[in-house]
Design a protein around this ligand. Structure first.
Ligand SMILES: NC(=O)C1=CN([C@@H]2O[C@H](COP(=O)(O)OP(=O)(O)OC[C@H]3O[C@@H](n4cnc5c(N)ncnc54)[C@H](OP(=O)(O)O)[C@@H]3O)[C@@H](O)[C@H]2O)[C@@H](O)CC1
Ligand SMILES: Nc1ncnc2c1ncn2[C@@H]1O[C@H](COP(=O)(O)OP(=O)(O)O)[C@@H](O)[C@H]1O
Ligand SMILES: [K+]
Length: 498
């Protein structure tokens, strides 16, 4: 896992690295600019492409000036630099890099008004106007510049962060940004790249190492961590000789009603293909034929059995409830009786809805339960939120208060543990935007919990594996269906097993 840090901590990492490696700030900047260029040349391969570099007078602009020099060195034949001269203040590094550039022949244009940009050639724009030093929303000439650049519809590649975009904290709807197609950012992604609001400022990002001290970064206090493939590889245990279905746990999934039986079957499919030793599905009897036809390996449990005697449920290592379940009076009673068992549950979809309707039910959750809301379900549970930043803050508070794992689903899913620590899942893609996807995830979490992984481990590993399955399928498809994601799980898990 990679620790994600805020900009103040990032600046401390700059300072620490400079001191520790006994290098100067300008040398670190040269490394950063070189790292940017190495990535840039992968993206813009034609060296005759006109490259317009917009440089502010801070250190982000100083990077831009170094980038201009390095690109020319690499043979880019049409590089032009625009010095955005809207502020008096400039950094020493900016001055140094400007002098280095002036020593070479270079088209330099000082921009006092937008009029000064009129000769800019169509091509690519490198945004080095403002970086992580942003301390207030763009206004005045900077906001006008952003509006103007965005209106050109040219490809913009931002240095470190799009101008005007806050690295962390609430992203206001009123904020102005220079919209980047690609951000090449330094050492760590910014926390705000993981929120849906970031789509207004960037399409995609890539992270390049600039040699900052990793040990220092990992020691910083921060609740945010980005999951990496090796975390899952370290966690997932290979199957041992002489193991059998009993070794891999028995999961019970309570789901489905007449109109949404498919949700139940998809959850069971996620559980089965996730490798649980045994999967039992409790659905209305009317779904039995469909179940036996589609997933003959999955067993059936009559709904009436669930409330007959508690001991019926003892054999199940984990119980998941919710997909396509419905919310009628009988279901409310069923949920109440399960909550009374005082055992951890995996709670999704309609079961989440019922918790949101009745706070007294929420209070009965047992420690170690897993809640898997998407945004709408989350807001129904815990109140409306104006921003994803605020939503994630609430999720952290509630996970601690309820002693539960919260899986807040989106393109980047946030998995929050009982201490309020956030793991961010980088896998998955928009091809997965199809009904039933969350049902498969719920089944997979149950599957891993049945196999003996702790609630938090089951939750984050399931998100990673589920997204990886979707990524694999999306290589050749514009959309992927939930059952295909389920069917690919064994292959993904195999690939992640040492
Ligand atoms: N060794 C290093 O340090 C390394 C640094 N690196 C690079 O440095 C970048 C950070 O540089 P930075 O700290 O100089 O900030 P940057 O964003 O260029 O300028 C901020 C200035 O603009 C101003 N300002 C702020 N908000 C504003 C607004 N809304 N509208 C108008 N003005 C506004 C503000 O001035 P003030 O408001 O205080 O007068 C502030 O001084 C980082 O992203 C990376 O690219 C890398 O090379 C790695 C090594
Ligand atoms: N753009 C996307 N990128 C990554 N994952 C996605 C994307 N869209 C959907 N998903 C994943 O699909 C699942 C959708 O869950 P949910 O909204 O509960 O679906 P459903 O209710 O249809 O089962 C989540 O795990 C989510 O992370
Ligand atoms: K920038």
């Amino acid at each position: 896992m990679q620790k994600l840090i805020n900009q103040q901590q990032m600046r401390s990492a700059d300072v620490f690295t400079i001191k520790n490696l006994d290098i100067s700030s300008i040398e670190l900047m040269e490394t950063a600019s070189m790292a940017f260029v190495n990535e840039f040349v992968q993206e813009i391969k034609a060296i005759e492409t006109p490259v317009n570099i917009l440089c502010g007078k801070g250190n982000n602009g100083a990077d831009g000036l170094a980038i201009a020099r390095i690109l020319q060195d690499k043979g880019y034949s049409s590089v032009a630099v625009y010095l955005i001269d809207f502020s008096e203040k400039e950094t020493a590094e900016y001055q140094t890099n400007l002098n280095r550039l002036k020593d070479l022949w270079f088209p330099l244009t000082t921009v006092k008004t937008l009029e000064d940009l009129k000769n800019m050639k169509d091509g690519v724009i490198i945004d080095a106007v403002l970086g992580s030093g942003l301390n207030k929303p763009l206004s005045g000439a900077y906001a006008e510049l952003a509006t103007f650049i965005n209106s050109l519809n040219l490809q913009v590649i931002a240095v470190d962060i799009p101008t005007g975009f806050p690295a962390e904290g609430v992203i206001a709807k009123t904020d102005h940004f220079i919209k980047a197609d690609l951000v090449i950012c330094f050492q760590r992604p910014k926390i705000n790249f993981f929120f849906p609001e970031s789509a207004a400022a960037l399409n995609r990002f890539r992270v390049v190492s600039i040699g900052l001290d990793e040990e220092f970064i990992e020691k910083q206090a921060s609740p945010y961590q980005l999951l990496e493939q090796h975390d899952i590889k370290d966690l997932i245990q290979p199957r041992k000789p002489f193991t059998h279905k009993g070794t891999y746990g028995h999961a019970l999934i309570i789901a489905g009603q007449k109109e949404t039986m498919g949700a139940a079957i998809l959850a069971a499919k996620g559980c089965l293909y996730g490798g649980a030793g045994l999967t039992t599905l409790s659905i209305p009897e009317s779904g039995l034929t469909a179940l036996n036809t589609t997933l003959p390996e999955v067993m059936y449990l009559d709904r009436k059995e669930l409330t007959s005697t508690a001991s019926v449920l003892d054999k199940f290592k984990i119980i998941a409830i919710g997909p396509g379940l419905g919310t009628d009076a009988a279901i409310i009673e069923l949920l109440k009786s399960l909550l009374m068992l005082k055992r951890p549950l995996i709670i999704d979809a309609d079961a989440l809805h019922l918790l949101g309707n009745d706070e007294s039910l929420m209070k009965q959750l047992t420690e170690g339960s897993v809640l898997t809301p998407h945004m709408k379900e989350f807001d129904h549970l815990f109140g409306a939120h104006e921003s994803w930043w605020a939503r994630l803050e609430t999720a952290r508070e509630k996970a601690v208060e309820l002693k539960c794992v919260i899986v807040l689903k989106n393109q980047y899913t946030f998995i929050i543990d009982q201490q309020g620590k956030v793991r961010i899942n980088p896998t998955g893609n928009p091809a997965m935007g199809q009904g039933g996807m969350g049902d498969v995830l719920t089944g997979l979490i149950a599957s891993l919990a049945a196999q003996g992984y702790k609630a938090i481990e089951a939750a984050y590993a399931a998100c990673f594996i589920h997204g990886t399955s979707g990524d694999l399928l999306a290589v050749t498809r514009v959309s992927v269906k939930a059952s295909a994601v389920a069917e690919h799980l064994p292959e993904v898990v195999k690939g992640l097993t040492r």
